[in-house]
Structures are given as C-alpha cells and as structure tokens.
Design a protein around this ligand. Structure first.
Ligand code: HPA
Length: 267
C-alpha cells in the first residue's frame, strides 16, 4: 500500500523532491494558500483518509519556499475523527518515503502554563503521550526504524535553538514547553488540566504526538510549534469553543507564517 501511495504522488509531482514537510494545524493552513505550486487532494490519494474537521482543507501542497522544496499537509487526520492510529500516522510514513528529512509539525493547543496567552506560539521541546495509543505497536518495519526507538530527543535540539534564534531576529516572542496529548474531541475538564500541569505540561492538544513519534522512529528531524489558542479549561474562567480556537489561530497566523518561512531559509 505504502509503495502505491508513494508512486501515485511521485507521478503527480514529477521531479519535485520535497526535503521539508509541514503539517499545518487548525487555522494555520494559510501558508499552503500563499505558497502553492502543485496540489493533490487527500480523497484522490490511495491509502489516505478524508479529513473531516472544519478549518482543515485536506490536501497536499507542494511549493518552493525560500529556495527549499516543501510539501505541506493542509489538514491532518486526528484520532478523534475515528481513524485508526495507523491511518493518523500513515502520511508521515509516506513523507519519509518521498525523501523528506525534516518534519515541521504545528497544532492548535490549549495553554496549561498560566503565563501563556491566546495567540502565543510555543516551541515544543518535548511531549507527554496520554492518548492511550502508540502508533508503533504492531509488526515493526525494520526498513524504516528500530523496534525500540529512542524518544529522548523527539524534537531536534538544534531546531529548538534555531526557532528561538529566528524568533528573536524577526521580533516574535516565543514560548517554549511541553505538549501533552489526549485523544479529544472533548476539551479537558479543569481537573484534567490540573493533572496536565502537575505532570509538567505547558500545553494540551489532540494531535502531533503520534506523527512526531513516527517521524522520530523513521529518523526524521522534527520541529514542533503550538499555537496557544486559549487558556485550557480552568486556567481562565472563559468557556471553550472551536470558534474561539480558530479565531486565536487566525490572529496568530501572520507571525506563524513569518516564523516558518524564515526558519525554512535556515534549514
Ligand atoms: N485542549 C485541547 N486541544 C485544544 C485546545 C484545548 O484547550 N485548544 C485547542 N486545541
């Protein structure tokens, strides 16, 4: 199957060899509208699911950004949509087979750290997997990675430094911290958010961790950026809604775009 998918995409993109991939989170998809040379809708791609969340388009977008060959996932597959964890991470395996070396994963997240504000960007330094799922369970594909992969540096330390340096250079204040993943789709209870904080998390969300684990296993270098879209439940007294999340992501999208475009220049 993987081979079918890869061949299908290669045929469409001819001699475009992507080196960098970006998974664009809720409300952050505009980058793929700005830079867009070749597009392939997920529903055309064998082995891909169809993304069902509003604010997510559901296509691969190939473009040259700052001289680099980039492929963007405009929309991702979430576990809470009912896809198996294998289907959620399938595109990452495809990206690896397409020759991608660097994976930039972005998401919308809730701020657990009380010093975070809506529309802040957070450099992900590590994660906590509380999805109750591990995408590497099953027969190991030794051609991709080892059975017991090291997860001590999922988020490439050089990239963490590069993001912080780039942020300073272009005048974007960046937070940094640990992303804790739960399945969703419900937002957390205040007690769950207190648990996340106690465990050392700075942000909570419903994505990223499965993709980051598979990319790490497969030997890709991972960079993670969360857009803090709201204070997680109980951190502030305001109730939560998807509309609020999209609104905060929209407010952050220009600085997000600038940061990513600038960072790509330096990769
Ligand atoms: N919790 C989980 N996921 C999220 C949140 C949140 O508060 N905001 C955006 N994605």
């Amino acid at each position: 199957m993987l081979e079918n998918t890869v061949n299908f995409i290669k045929e469409k993109i001819a001699d475009f060899n992507p080196e960098i991939a970006i998974i664009l989170g809720s409300g952050l998809g505009e980058l793929a509208d700005t830079y867009c040379d070749i597009t392939i809708n997920y529903n055309e791609i064998p082995g891909f699911e169809v993304s069902t969340v509003s604010g997510h388009k559901g296509r691969l977008v190939f473009a040259k950004i700052n001289g680099k060959n980039v492929v963007m996932m405009q929309g991702r597959f979430h576990f809470y949509e009912g896809h198996s964890i294998q289907k959620v991470v399938y595109p990452v395996k495809v990206l690896k087979k397409l020759g991608v070396k660097t994976l930039i994963i972005t998401n919308a997240a809730g701020g657990v750290n009380p010093s975070f504000n809506p529309s802040d960007l957070m450099v992900i330094t590590d994660h906590i997997n509380l999805m109750g799922q591990n995408p590497l369970i099953g027969l190991n594909d030794d051609s991709m990675g080892v059975r017991f992969p090291d997860m001590s540096e999922v988020y490439e330390p050089d990239y963490i430094e590069l993001l912080k340096k780039t942020g300073r250079e272009i005048g974007i204040d960046l937070q940094e911290g640990i992303y804790l993943a739960l399945t969703g789709p419900s937002y957390e209870t205040p007690a769950e958010v207190r648990m996340a904080r106690t465990l050392g998390a700075d942000a909570v969300g419903m994505s990223t961790v499965p993709e980051a684990m598979v990319a790490c296993w497969a030997g890709m270098k991972v960079m993670g950026i969360s857009c803090i879209c709201n204070s997680a439940a109980g951190v502030s007294t305001v109730g939560l809604s998807h509309e609020e999340v999209i609104k905060a992501a929209n407010k952050a999208k220009d600085k997000f775009k600038n940061l990513v475009v600038e960072v790509i220049k330096k990769l």
